[in-house]
Design a protein around this ligand. Structure first.
Ligand code: FAD
Ligand code: NAI
Length: 510
């Protein structure tokens, strides 16, 4: 047994060293050029976005087959599953981001990255208008950073042969008054920083007020709206933070501070097995996390959330929930550019929640625009798992399209009948190898607080396991680490967890 243990330890160490070496020393890349080695024109693939869909496509694509251009206002990939751990400092922001340029460097062919957002797409001309803008770490909005506010943005036009549209979604506000002005979201890195700042500003301000003051109570109330996985995980993380760490620095704060989770439906985590929903709700009760189900938010102002509660008899009651920090996590809505693209295409007339795509991820009504991830509306849920699998599929699909294009070119150049028969057979085989995208659901995981998680796992078509508790928490952690893109971020995340276990989370505003 000892020998086996040593051997497996040595094997793991060697594998880790190899992975680190590969990450630090990427192989030289094939430069971009107008022609391929066989003389055929090298087509241009423009990838819009740097999230799950875009980066999964980029990482799995043989980038030597195309001139690849990545356009995104965010010059890094964000590992969203661990974003709810950032506002409380359980995870450091830098531990869950990978620069686009680093990822691009690890692919076989040279990739161009442009920090810009697409503002317009001319589908007929296969042309994009892009504008230099950066996802700002201070203001949190896409803005022009060169030359100040008065300057004209730098605008460019680029052409594509294939467009990979992976711009994600934005948080849906359903037009509810006050949300855009007063609530924080949890979608991007800056959202996490803003939530943390608000938590500390309200805590520090409350200390100036007498203990029995209503205003002090309001400031110390954290309200999270939306009982999907984002809202549940964030509320659980904040409650942990208050009970485990803030209480050491501000004695008694754990009794004064409240965390309220507001959900319009009768339950939280509606996509999970019913057993796990009950388990989550029982853990919340134990943690004294104030769960308000059947409570639909109608309006918010600078101090209060106004909601309607559906009673068991069918009656409704209006309630007011005062808040110091308000987070809005009620799911996705389409970005303006997605709506603008849909508006250009007849086949997208019914597209309300995202672009409609076919079985090869081609946008209905186009012959060269692929779309994946949260900007589409399909039978699959808007998750990282789906966008990731779609990216892998699309990379292999694009490789096949390149091969078909090359074979057609070679057939056009060739006069030898024997060669032509051989090439035609290869072309037929490649065309026949194109299969539709098929999503394989591997399950869903969510952190619910007090070092507990819930998991709805699926192994193939034959086995479903629903489990919750501390062991599931360990599984949750290892599953997320294994999903991370690089060895560097895996190491950083594990060391963050160790750091928090040893020293606890700190209580600085930043
Ligand atoms: P995104 O990852 O959002 O990427 C969109 C990209 O497009 C960004 O880089 C953005 O900057 C860029 N962009 C935006 N506008 C433009 C433009 N005009 N031009 C060019 N680029 C543009 N899913 C899971 O499966 N498991 C989880 O545990 C999980 N946890 C989550 C936790 C949180 C807090 C959140 C918010 C989501 C979580 N999800 C999870 C969902 C998952 O993150 C999304 O489904 C996934 O990010 C979708 O990938 P995407 O590529 O479509 O969009
Ligand atoms: P969601 O769509 O899953 O949940 C939003 C919730 O907000 C719903 O339960 C809805 O009933 C509620 N809601 C809507 N309007 C409301 C109102 N006015 N008042 C009160 N409640 C209201 O959204 P979420 O959590 O942002 O997730 C988006 C996607 O990302 C989902 O597909 C989810 O599965 C995925 N995700 C997965 C995670 C995981 O697997 N751990 C973590 C976070 C997100």
């Amino acid at each position: 047994t000892w020998r086996l243990t040593w051997l497996s330890l040595l094997g793991s160490a060697a594998y880790l060293t190899y992975e680190v070496y590969k990450e630090v020393n990427p192989s030289p890349q094939i430069p971009q050029s107008p022609l391929k080695p066989n003389g055929n024109r090298r087509k241009t693939v423009v990838i819009l976005g740097s999230g799950w869909g875009a980066i999964s496509t980029l990482k799995h694509l043989d980038t030597s087959l195309y001139n690849v251009v990545v356009v995104s206002p965010r010059n890094y990939f964000l590992f969203t599953p661990l974003l709810p751990s950032v506002p409380t400092g359980t995870i450091d922001l830098k531990s869950i981001i990978d620069p686009v340029r680093t990822i691009a460097k690890s692919t076989p062919g040279e990739v161009t990255y442009l920090e810009a957002e697409a503002t317009d797409i001319d589908i007929a001309k296969k042309q994009l208008t892009i504008q230099h803008s950066s996802y700002s770490a201070t203001s949190g909005v896409h803005h022009v950073t060169i030359g100040g506010d008065e300057a004209k943005p730098i605008v460019a036009t680029i052409e594509y042969d294939y467009l990979v549209f992976a711009i994600g979604a934005q948080t849906a506000t359903f037009g509810i008054p006050g949300i855009e002005k007063y609530a924080y979201y949890l979608k991007e890195t800056d959202d996490a920083a803003r939530i943390r700042r608000s938590l500390f500003e309200t805590i520090e301000a409350s200390q100036l007020l007498p203990k029995d003051s209503e205003e002090r109570k309001r400031l110390l109330s954290v309200v999270v709206c939306g009982g999907g996985p984002t809202g549940v995980e964030l509320a659980a993380e904040i409650k942990d933070y208050i009970d485990e760490d803030l209480s050491r620095f501000v004695p008694g704060i754990e009794n004064e501070m409240s965390v309220t989770l507001v959900e319009a439906l009768p339950n939280v985590l509606n996509a999970f097995n019913h057993k796990l929903i009950e388990y989550t709700e029982s853990i919340f009760e134990k943690q004294q996390l104030d769960l308000r189900v059947n409570t639909m938010v109608k309006k918010v102002d600078d101090k209060n959330v106004y909601a309607t509660v559906k009673k068991s008899g069918g009656d409704t009651e209006n309630v007011t929930i005062p808040y110091g920090t308000l987070v809005w996590a009620t799911g996705n809505g389409p970005r303006p550019l997605t709506k603008a693209v849909a508006a250009q295409i007849e086949e997208q007339k019914t597209a309300r929640r995202g672009l409609l795509i076919g079985e090869h991820l081609l946008v209905d009504g186009t012959d060269s625009v692929f779309a994946l991830g949260d900007c589409t509306f399909t039978k699959n849920p808007p998750t990282a798992q789906v966008a990731h699998q779609e990216g892998i599929y699309l990379a292999s699909h694009l490789a096949k399209l390149s091969k078909i294009d090359d074979l057609k070119y070679e057939i056009g150049q060739n006069t030898d009948p024997e060669q032509l028969v051989r090439l035609q057979r290869r072309l037929d085989r490649t065309q026949a190898s194109i299969l539709p995208f098929k999503y394989t659901h591997q399950g869903a995981l969510a952190y619910i607080g007090s070092e507990r998680a819930v998991a709805d796992l699926v192994w193939g078509d034959w086995s479903n396991v629903s489990t919750g508790g501390s062991l599931t928490f360990l599984f949750w952690r290892s599953a997320y680490v294994s999903m991370m893109l690089g060895v560097r971020t895996k190491i950083l995340v594990v060391s963050d967890w160790i750091k928090v276990k040893v020293f606890g989370r700190d209580c600085s505003k930043e």
